[in-house]
Each structure stands twice: as structure tokens, then as C-alpha cells.
Design a binder for this molecule. Structure first.
Ligand code: BTN
Length: 333
């Protein structure tokens, strides 16, 4: 690790706390000049560092720069050494994860970007990922399970991200089947799950969980096309929790929930926070729009609907898009 990374690791672990240049130099076994240079480099990269005579250096609580060191500071012990790649800008973190998987990247590799130029959503849609205050991340999982068993991952991921948002920000989000999260009636998170399957064995080789979160977006961050449906957890204000903390907590929760395939207890949590259950919905399928009522979620994350003639059927995530009847005009939801 470079001196800059070492200094950042130290400051990120104790945000808001002062360390003297001498103390840092001694602990890292480098000169005080090297520490000073590292601090200057970090400032150029956007970190706000308070430098106070007789007290030393302290990472401001307002600093919110995505970094490997910042994420690692909040990871659970068992994941402290996982492979993390961060980008100021990339095409798509899901694409990065897929390429890395093909090159042998390990289970639990994490890819996080400040901005994407080619962010993808479900059903081949573009996913807007403006620079500055969003979280665009992908987790590479190698779950050693059959493709059929891996289907629940999408549902589990929504619960994991919901839990992480609640823990880090205190905010209660709601789930829209299959895996969008809403806050204040607007979409703040979308999840794209992609699987690479070994055709011969039928086993899943890798799963890529791509998660996009509007963390602290100003009102004008979104295009005309989606601004009536796209929301944000915060709205351009100063917040004391960081994107790094949320990324790390999402990772912690995903690794616990998504890899525990025999425990389906999260389905009850999914149902509890699902805002379409019991609602009149419209199923948007290739055969047209079908009115129905959302009645249940199966253990595998399928949506049980009741059609107008009273018959029930289970629809799977790949098949259709659904809207609450009141949302039909919101084509990007
Ligand atoms: C959706 O709402 O349709 C899913 C959006 C998923 C977006 C995330 S952002 C990180 C990762 N990289 C991508 O290109 N897509 C996912």
C-alpha cells in the first residue's frame, strides 16, 4: 500500500478524530514529509481534511468520496480482505464484474463507481447514473448452486439492501416487486441480477448483483424522462453517513442473506415491506396490459396474482413488468 492509502485507511477508521503528523509518521514508519505529501494528494482527490496546529489532521465528516479504504473501514471482519475495485467513472460495474469473473475473480469481489457511462437496467433498459452522489456497485458471487436455486437471490438482494439502508441511514424504504426500492413514493434503488451458468452442469458459475442507489441527489439530477419517478434518499444536503458506509453495509448484508440458501425467512420481511401486495396492479406483458390483484409472494420470489376471472397464477421476474394501477402512466418505474 502507498503512504496515501495508509494515511487514508487510518483517517477513515476514525473519521472526525485528529492524528498528529508525528503520530501518523511513526505508526506508518515513514517521514512526516511523506505524511504531509499524502494529505495534499488526498485533498486534491476531493477529501476535506482539517489541519489544525498542535492537533494534526482529521478527515471531515462531510467528506464523501468513494474509496476502497473507506469501504473496508465498515466491512465485517470476515470480509475485510475482499477484493474491492473503485472507479471514478466506468462503463458499467456489472460489466466490470462479468469481465473479472471470466478472468477468475473470486467470490465476494466488489466493484463500485462514482459514475457510469453505460449503466444498464433490467429488460435491457438504460439506467441513469449521474456523477457525484449516487452509488453504483456490483457484487460478484460464486454460490455453488443450481440455476433453479439461485432464483431467490433477486428477492434476497432487495431485503439485504433495504436492511442496509435502514441500518445506515435510518430510512424505511418499501419494495416494489421484483426488486426496486422506493422512498417517499419514488424509486431510489434498482437491482439488476445477472447469472453466468455452466450449460453442461446446470450449475451457476457466477452471479452478479448490480445495485444502483440515488443517495444524495439534488432535485435537478434526473432527466425530464424520469424525474417524476426517480427519488433520492437525501436531497443534496450535508449528511453525516457516507456512501462508503452504505456500500459496506450492503455488502455485509448481501453476503449474509444471499449465501444462506436454506433460510427463506427473509420472504416474510420482503412481504412486510412490499407495497404492491393487496393492490390492484397492471401486468405489462408482451401480450398487452392485464389488470390483476397482487396477492402473495412465493418462497422463490414469484408474484402470485389474481386475474379478473378469479384465477390465480404466479409470474416470475423475467416475464413481465408490473405497475400499481395508479402508476401506469409512469413508464420508467
Ligand atoms: C433497474 O432498475 O432496472 C436495475 C438498475 C441496476 C443499476 C445498477 S448500477 C450498478 C450496476 N451496473 C449497471 O450497469 N447496472 C447496475
Amino acid at each position: 500500500m502507498s503512504v496515501k492509502q495508509d494515511v487514508l485507511t487510518k483517517l477513515e477508521h476514525s473519521r472526525g478524530q485528529f492524528f498528529s503528523g508525528e503520530e501518523l509518521a511513526r505508526e506508518l514508519d515513514v517521514s512526516r514529509t511523506a505524511v504531509w505529501k499524502a494529505i495534499k494528494q488526498l485533498e486534491v482527490e476531493g477529501y476535506e481534511i482539517h489541519a489544525v496546529p498542535n492537533k494534526g489532521y482529521c478527515l471531515s465528516l462531510n467528506t464523501d468520496v468513494i474509496s476502497t479504504e473507506g469501504i473496508r473501514a465498515s466491512l465485517l471482519k470476515e470480509w475485510k480482505d475482499c477484493a474491492i475495485t473503485t472507479y471514478k467513472e466506468t462503463g458499467s460495474t456489472n460489466q466490470n464484474a462479468k469481465l473479472a469473473a471470466a478472468e477468475g475473480a473470486e467470490h465476494g469481489s466488489l466493484f463500485v463507481a462514482e459514475a457510469q457511462t453505460n449503466g444498464r437496467g433490467r429488460r435491457g433498459r438504460v439506467f441513469e447514473t449521474p456523477k457525484g452522489n449516487g452509488i453504483y456497485m456490483s457484487i460478484l458471487l460464486k454460490p455453488q448452486m443450481e440455476a433453479a436455486d439461485a432464483i431467490y437471490m433477486t428477492t434476497a438482494a432487495s431485503v439485504a439492501v433495504r436492511r442496509a439502508i435502514k441500518k445506515v441511514t435510518g430510512k424505511e424504504t418499501l419494495i416494489k416487486w421484483v426488486n426496486d426500492l422506493y422512498f417517499e413514493e419514488k424509486k431510489v434503488c434498482g437491482i439488476l441480477t445477472e447469472a453466468v451458468t455452466d450449460i453442461q452442469t446446470g450449475m451457476v458459475d457466477s452471479i452478479i448483483l448490480g445495485i444502483g442507489i440515488n443517495f444524495n441527489m439534488p432535485e435537478d439530477a434526473f432527466s425530464e424522462e424520469i424525474k417524476h419517478v426517480a427519488g433520492s434518499l437525501y436531497h443534496g444536503e450535508n449528511v453525516e453517513v457516507t456512501r462508503n458506509q452504505l456500500v459496506a453495509e450492503i455488502f455485509n448484508q448481501v453476503m449474509e442473506l444471499c449465501m444462506n440458501k436454506d433460510d427463506r425467512s427473509f420472504i416474510e420481511e420482503y412481504k412486510k415491506y412490499s407495497f404492491i401486495l393487496g393492490e390492484e396492479i397492471v401486468i405489462l406483458s408482451a401480450d398487452g396490459n392485464i389488470p390483476a390483484k397482487a396477492v402473495d409472494i412465493t418462497d422463490f420470489g414469484g408474484l402470485v396474482v389474481e386475474l379478473l376471472d378469479g384465477t390465480r397464477k404466479t409470474i416470475s421476474s423475467g416475464e413481465v413488468s408490473i405497475r400499481k394501477q395508479s402508476m401506469v402512466k409512469d413508464k420508467n418505474a
